[in-house]
Design a protein around this ligand. Structure first.
Ligand code: SF4
Length: 374
């Protein structure tokens, strides 16, 4: 299979998005955030190109502005009413970002060895015996002349920065590492091949069944396929195609939220009343209290739970496991006296008992059905 790190990353985030993008090849509308990313990347490349001198910050900003004019006409707007406002916001954000970046990263202070370098490398999956080709682009590679260390620079223009845990498992970094080692083989080439191969094997298995499920994630808001994705398409249903059942379900959804809210409020009130009653019973040392509609009785019950694995081990040892298969408190209690002391103790050690207080309401004679407490 020929693929790229970004395709594999897409697959790991959402198999259905991968299918739309890589298999069905559904055209992606050009959204403002994607155009913004491309233009800032282009300006950053220009910033580090010496021709014969590095460009000044004004030249970088002019480059960005000119390209913005060309590309902005092709943007497809989700909400055309916000076009002007959003375009201005993104454009100015780019100017600010480039100015700050230039100030902190003057191009002549870096030893750049490659800009937007394309790579293509073979990856042998030792499990399946297949060789796959991975292709991609690395934004920038620097080499520190003193330490001889290579640095891979990947510009991120989105607001969301990946956390440390994400980076450990990041396919993009893995592929970059492999790309670097294929070009400079003295570096260790082994590290990320396993997870890359696993992802490719997974995709190949899904290709046979056609099962690429949607996996909603925090990036759904930026997904160009949201309108056709089964997880979101209902939100975009055209008014003209709606039927009576749409109106009915809209009302049911409304009711659901309202009832859920009421249910939560009832739960909170019930919890509060329970607390007041219990604390009164404890202070007054009472087990039953009376009101106009009936009385409430306090019962203390015992809930038993087990560490099932350890319990199974102990009961199998005693040769009685088959008698209970599913450990139930009652069966176990009956069985305990007949067990050897050592096993009985082991069972008890894996059993935790919790006392719970139950308040049981009882309606007074003559109370109507709707007055009964549930
Ligand atoms: S909207 Fe979300 S769940 Fe649907 S295809 Fe895109 S990323 Fe996947």
């Amino acid at each position: 299979m020929r693929t790229s790190y970004s395709a594999l990353e897409t697959y790991r985030n959402c198999p259905l998005k991968y299918k739309y993008q890589e298999i069905d090849k559904i055209r992606r509308p050009k959204r403002i955030d994607a155009v913004f990313g491309t233009l800032v990347h282009g300006a950053l490349k220009f910033m580090f190109e010496r021709n014969p001198l590095y460009p000044s910050i004004d030249e970088v900003l002019n480059y960005y502005t000119e390209h913005w004019r060309e590309k902005s006409e092709k943007i497809e707007w989700l909400d055309p009413d916000r076009k002007e406002q959003e375009e201005k916001m993104y454009f100015e954000e780019g100017l600010k970002l480039l100015k700050n970046f230039y100030k902190k990263n003057q191009p002549w202070t870096f030893n750049v060895v490659e800009l937007e370098g394309r790579f293509s490398l073979d990856l042998l999956d030792e499990t399946s015996g297949k060789t796959h080709t991975l292709a991609g682009i690395i934004d920038r590679i620097d080499k520190d002349p003193e330490s001889d260390m290579y640095e891979i620079i990947d510009y991120k223009t989105g607001k969301r920065m990946p956390g440390e845990a994400e980076l450990v498992d990041n396919l993009q970094l893995g592929v970059y590492h492999l790309a670097l080692t294929s070009r400079w083989p003295s570096l260790d080439p082994e590290r990320f091949t396993t997870s890359l191969s696993e992802a490719i094997r997974d995709i190949e298995a899904r290709l046979e069944t056609g099962d690429f499920p949607p996996m909603p994630n925090p990036l759904c808001g930026y997904c160009p396929y949201q309108r056709i994705c089964p997880m979101w398409s209902h939100e975009y249903k055209e008014e003209a195609t709606k039927t009576a059942s749409d109106a009915e379900v809209a009302q049911a959804i409304q009711d659901f939220f309202e009832l859920k809210k009421q249910g939560d409020a009832v739960k909170d009130s019930l919890e509060h009343a329970r607390g007041v009653i219990l604390s009164y019973m404890e202070t007054e040392k009472l087990s039953r209290v009376f009101g106009e509609r009936g009385y409430i009785t306090k019962n203390v019950q015992e809930r038993v739970s087990y560490d099932l694995e350890k319990l199974e081990e102990a009961l199998k040892k005693a040769g009685v496991w088959e008698k209970i298969l599913e450990p139930e408190a009652k069966k176990l209690e009956e069985l305990l006296p007949s067990l050897p002391l050592e096993v009985a103790r082991a069972v008890e050690a894996q059993t935790s008992k919790k006392k719970i207080v139950v308040l049981k309401p009882t309606k007074k004679k003559g109370a109507t059905e709707d007055e009964e407490e549930k």
